[in-house]
Write a protein that binds this ligand. Structure first.
Ligand SMILES: NC(=O)C1=CN([C@@H]2O[C@H](COP(=O)(O)OP(=O)(O)OC[C@H]3O[C@@H](n4cnc5c(N)ncnc54)[C@H](OP(=O)(O)O)[C@@H]3O)[C@@H](O)[C@H]2O)C=CC1
Ligand SMILES: Nc1nc(O)c(N)c(N[C@@H]2O[C@H](COP(=O)(O)O)[C@@H](O)[C@H]2O)n1
Length: 252
């Protein structure tokens, strides 16, 4: 039995925004879903490094449903450090109990290796059999000499001229090296802002909007230039929050 029941009307709403069910084609990039919860003033936490509950139970359950449908779940180092997230999946189809197989593989974008597996919630969940090992930590080259964590694969990627990873090359590499055909990106702000400007990388955008304000100390999200065109826009209304699902229009 699933640990989290999902509201029935969310399933048809989400259907067109999920990764394709047919077998993936080798040379096509992974399907990427960018999803997060924001306040009415477009903030995703009360302050940098502060874990903040925005989603209602209904939409938090939706997140687990989305996790079930993706091979990988990606966050930046800021989120891994601030939230100590579990990144497992607690939803499963009726009559089954979620286990590690239902969970996506965690991917942490951590160029300087600041996050540590030992003592993390991800470690605890994996020891309980409800998180998918190994976790992929994407770090910059060259390798650091001493890495002793277990259950973690350190994947080295080159930085571009802006000293950041190039998203398209990165998601392609994750598919090639780890067989990850679909990636759910949960945040945080640096990652979201970069990807809102990448219609060539993001296939679906699913944003929960909570009925709350987080104020000027809050961490805001918006595309750097403000120039994002959304298509196939649809809305779902819950008890306390709403969800917008869309695709990002690719420029010719
Ligand atoms: N409401 C919601 O849905 C969510 C809210 N959050 C909140 O967001 C906040 C964290 O956001 P933020 O601090 O922006 O952290 P992020 O999780 O976006 O991580 C940022 C760091 O990740 C690394 N990084 C990100 N993108 C790249 C890239 N392309 N190339 C290289 N490195 C990259 C950098 O590490 P380095 O500094 O080492 O270079 C960067 O500083 C927390 O308060 C958290 O609670 C997080 C997720 C979801
Ligand atoms: N959907 C959603 N709503 C919120 O209100 C949130 N604060 C978040 N945060 C994301 O969820 C991660 C925590 O996951 P676990 O429950 O620990 O598995 C957190 O790291 C953010 O990515 N999401």
């Amino acid at each position: 039995m699933s640990l989290l029941p999902i509201r029935a009307d969310l399933l048809p709403f989400l259907e067109d925004y999920l990764p394709p069910r047919e077998a993936p084609t080798p040379d096509v990039k992974p399907f990427v879903t960018l999803t997060y919860a924001q306040s009415l003033d477009s903030r995703i936490s009360k302050g940098r490094g502060q874990r903040t509950v925005i989603s209602h139970f209904e939409t938090k359950t939706m997140t687990h449903y989305l996790r079930y449908h993706h091979d990988g779940i990606l966050v930046g180092a800021g989120t891994a450090l601030a939230d100590n997230p579990g990144l497992n999946c607690q939803w499963s189809p009726e009559d089954t109990i979620p286990n590690a197989k239902c969970s996506p593989r965690p991917i942490i974008i951590d160029p300087r290796c600041t996050w540590h597996y030992e003592g993390s919630k991800m470690q605890r969940l994996q020891l309980q059999g409800s998180g998918k090992p190994p976790i992929v930590v994407v770090k910059k080259k060259p390798p650091q000499s001493k890495i002793t964590d277990s259950k973690v694969v350190y994947f080295e990627a080159p930085l571009n001229s802006n000293k950041h990873f190039d998203w398209l090359a990165l998601v392609r590499a994750l598919k090639r090296e780890f067989g990850i055909n679909s990636i759910m990106v949960e945040g945080g702000a640096v990652v979201i802002n970069e990807l809102l400007a990448r219609p060539d990388v993001v296939d679906s955008l699913i944003v929960t909007i909570g009925a709350t304000y987080l104020g000027e100390q809050g961490v805001g999200v918006s595309p750097p230039s403000g120039e994002v065109t959304l298509t196939y826009v649809d809305w779902w209304k819950g008890t306390l929050d709403s969800v917008m699902a869309a695709r990002l229009l690719r420029r010719a």
